[in-house]
Design a binder for this molecule. Structure first.
Ligand SMILES: [Ca+2]
Ligand SMILES: [Ca+2]
Length: 195
């Protein structure tokens, strides 16, 4: 009886693998889902709804002097930023969420993006890889500390997916209105990130 049950479960498992494999993302599909300059829109990224506020898509300087970039990373397009002026308050958070990616076969890739953190009251920027369905945990993450600098800086980390995942970018409001944190040019390239 136990053997029969095992066989049934094995058959179901193989069937579920076969059906999920037909929906897997090849690498161009992964790039299509993740790469974004934010110059036209958010591409396939979405604003989380169960957080405190949304990322703002913007070009040129942010409305507050002494914080934020003066241009996007490319120089003339749009970027996203957290506007930390009133009514924002300390520790409020905004999440930008990627679509789910499912490559199944452990395709190694390098995720990179640029951030700009300039101001006297910066909060935090946190980029994490969230898995769902097979393993429920944050498996890789980047977090501050953010040093104030009027420059675009690169974040890069290698992703070796073991299951379906999505990327979450969280901006947190610091203790004041000089905390505009911007992001731009999110992309993935095949293979591990260069050392
Ligand atoms: Ca841009
Ligand atoms: Ca939001």
């Amino acid at each position: 009886m136990l053997k029969t049950v095992e066989r049934i479960f094995t058959a179901l498992w193989i069937a579920s693998l076969a059906s999920s494999r037909s929906n897997l993302d090849d690498f161009p599909a992964v790039q299509n889902k993740l790469n974004c300059t934010f110059d036209a829109d958010l591409c396939q990224w979405t604003q989380a709804k169960n957080d405190d506020f949304d990322w703002t898509r913007h070009t040129g300087s942010t409305p507050t002097d002494g914080t934020g970039p003066t241009t996007d990373h490319g120089g003339s397009g749009f970027y996203l930023f957290i506007e930390t002026s009133a009514p924002r308050a300390l520790d409020e958070q905004s999440f930008l969420i990627s679509p789910f990616i499912d490559t199944w076969n452990h395709v190694t890739m390098c995720f990179q993006m640029f951030y700009h953190a300039n101001g006297a009251s910066l909060g935090d920027l946190h980029v994490s890889l969230e898995t769902s369905g097979y393993v429920n945990s944050t498996v890789q993450e980047f977090s501050g500390p953010l040093n104030s600098s009027d420059t675009w800086e690169k974040i890069a980390f290698t992703i070796r997916p073991i299951s379906k995942f999505q990327i979450s970018i969280r901006g947190t409001v610091g203790n004041g209105f000089l905390g505009d944190i911007a992001i731009d040019d999110v992309s993935v390239a095949p293979g591990a990130c260069p050392p």
